[in-house]
Design a protein around this ligand. Structure first.
Ligand code: MF3
Ligand code: CO
Ligand code: CO
Length: 260
């Protein structure tokens, strides 16, 4: 992965603008979610909230994706397409917002609780949340991509869950997806050495059951092969000399998710 770009301070400042828009849109999604709401209503909200900021929703028409946001319910791992399905009491739903502002992308997602979650739903969601936090704590100049993967895999598997292999985090900038690929499993001390100015996402998808996924006939919706629940959180981060900055950090806790 020789082609990992190092962003300049100016580019990082531009990325932060896009990332903060995505983070704020995601916060507002949390305020809006209700049992009975359709995922198309989430899509419409994200589209309008993004455009209102003078930005553009990156998913729309990305390799033919038909909507402005991904909404992934229960056994859907990622890339769920909004539609007429209504959120139901007990569902978990990941909403993945990617905003393009002034040509730069900001990518962030969270899993929300609709009504009262089952013990399994709560477990997988909290394991996914914590595994992202542990991964972020690994990031600094000189650390390795394998340190990130190992932190996630060790925590998730240690708590009886599995880590999806088929989708990875990614470098991000003027392009939605660019090098490096950031696996959410791996070996400590292995892999690319991180440098200050690298910008990438970490977005672990954690399953209650096995890690295998299938993609439905719509060409997008990824589901767990065994039908088990799956949860995901995503941040966009920039590596610094002594750690990292979470460019998609939120200004307040998420409704229907954090601290429940
Ligand atoms: N936001 C997703 C990611 O985290 C990518 C979605 S691609 C789309 O990388 F086309 F489905 F929107
Ligand atoms: Co991403
Ligand atoms: Co995303």
């Amino acid at each position: 992965m020789a082609s990992v770009e190092l962003k300049s301070q100016k580019e990082i400042d531009q990325l932060r603008v896009a990332c903060q828009m995505a983070a704020d849109t995601l916060l507002r999604v949390g305020d809006l979610l209700r049992a009975g709401m359709t995922t198309d209503e989430i899509d419409r909200f994200v589209h309008e909230d993004t455009v209102r900021r003078g930005a553009r929703p990156a998913p729309l028409n990305y390799h033919g994706f038909p909507k402005s946001v991904c909404t992934s319910i229960n056994e859907v791992v990622c890339h769920g397409i909004p539609g007429p399905r209504r959120l139901a009491d007990g569902d978990i739903v990941n909403v993945d917002v990617t905003t393009v502002a002034q040509g730069f992308h900001g990518d962030t997602s969270a899993t929300f609780y609709i009504g009262k979650p089952s013990a399994k739903a709560r477990h997988v969601t909290e394991v996914a949340r914590k595994s992202l936090d542990l991964a972020i704590a690994e990031v600094r100049e000189g650390a390795r991509l394998g340190d990130i993967g190992a932190a996630i895999q060790g925590y998730a598997e240690g708590n009886g869950c599995s880590v999806v292999r088929a989708f990875v985090g990614h470098g991000i900038g003027r392009r939605f997806h660019e090098p490096p690929q950031v696996a959410h499993y791996g070996v400590r001390g292995a892999g690319l050495r991180l440098k200050a100015g690298m910008v990438f996402t970490i977005e672990p998808m954690i399953n209650v059951g096995d890690y295998e996924v299938d993609v439905l006939d719509d060409g997008w919706t990824a589901v767990t092969r065994d039908g088990s629940l799956s949860a995901q959180f995503e941040h966009t981060i920039v590596v610094t000399r002594d750690g990292c900055e979470v460019l998609t950090a939120r200004e307040r806790p998420l409704a229907l998710s954090e601290g429940l």
